[in-house]
Design a protein around this ligand. Structure first.
Ligand SMILES: Cc1cc2nc3c(=O)[nH]c(=O)nc-3n(C[C@H](O)[C@H](O)[C@H](O)COP(=O)(O)O)c2cc1C
Length: 269
């Protein structure tokens, strides 16, 4: 993917589509790309393309969409983080081709999508997204929705990234400024931005700062999906910079607030 940072900076959720089918070329490229998506947790995420008309799929926040992608994953620890990481790779690749997406975890008739995606016992389908070309102008309902959520805002870095201890702001320097900025710009459910990073002894530890109401049997923890998205942006940026890194799950035991949870660590090699 060329110009990862431009793609991340430019991406916005698209809820208003122009009604056209994806070109055959674009569909093939997406299908190829999906097959090769991996994640650091080695938990397979399966993608299924679903024709909106054939399966009578819709969402009250969308218009003009013709095609959806659903993601499925076995229910197990870290399935939600792995899902976030893998699905975001697809979201960014789609955007690099001029194809719009929006993560949908809530505003849909879940049973209809789960049936269309042939979800099996033991699996979950936390989110879906339309795949299509953005309409020239956002619908009024989309514009209102973005305003309501404050979708264009992100928290400042000093509330998200810490040095040694939770709460003491980190001043990123050099190349890492970009990697942290890519995390900051990540999309998240209801734009809550629940990711936090503590840099300690050269290792970037990722945490989830939890809000209430984001966990369910059918989605897992949506805010863990958000942290998976942040990890995806961070590690893709390291790759673009030609850096080697290792992702591990090994809690460093730093004191954190009660409503926070350790997720994973990234060490740059
Ligand atoms: C896990 C997840 C679930 C989401 N679920 C929905 C949803 O159900 N409906 C919706 O309209 N947007 C949903 N969104 C999109 C967010 O509202 C959006 O990413 C956020 O407001 C930031 O806006 P942006 O993507 O344009 O940067 C979801 C995003 C994530 C990451």
């Amino acid at each position: 993917m060329n110009d990862l940072m431009e793609i991340i900076k430019g991406r916005k959720s698209v809820r208003t589509y122009n009604g056209e089918q994806l070109s055959n070329e674009h569909r093939k490229l997406l299908e190829e790309y999906m097959k090769g998506i991996t994640n650091p947790f080695d938990i397979p995420v399966e993608f299924v393309l679903l024709d909106a008309k054939e399966h009578e799929l819709s969402s009250p926040v969308l218009s003009g969409e013709q095609l959806y992608v659903a993601g499925k994953v076995d229910k197990k620890p870290y399935a939600d983080v792995a899902f976030g990481f893998a699905f975001e790779k697809l979201v960014l690749y789609a955007w690099s081709l001029g194809i719009g997406t929006v993560w949908i975890g809530g505003t849909m008739k879940r049973e209809v999508f789960e049936k269309a995606a042939a979800l099996k016992a033991g699996e979950m389908m936390p989110c879906v997204s339309p795949l299509g070309y953005p309409a020239p102008k956002r619908s009024l309902k989309e514009t209102m929705m973005r305003k309501g959520i404050g979708a264009d805002n992100r928290m400042p870095a000093d509330r998200l990234f810490f040095h040694e201890n939770w709460g003491s702001p980190l001043t990123p320097d050099g190349d890492m400024t970009d990697a942290m900025e890519m995390v900051r710009l990540s999309p998240s459910a209801v734009n809550k931005q629940p990711w936090r990073i503590i840099l300690k002894d050269g290792i970037y530890h990722f945490y989830e700062k939890k809000d209430k109401g984001y966990v369910s049997e059918s989605t897992g923890d949506l805010q863990k999906i958000d942290v998976g998205i942040a990890l995806c942006h961070f590690t893709m940026c390291l790759e673009e910079q030609g850096k080697q890194y290792a992702v591990s799950v090994s809690d460093p035991g730093i004191d954190i607030p009660q409503d926070a949870e350790y997720i994973a660590s990234v060490r740059i090699l």
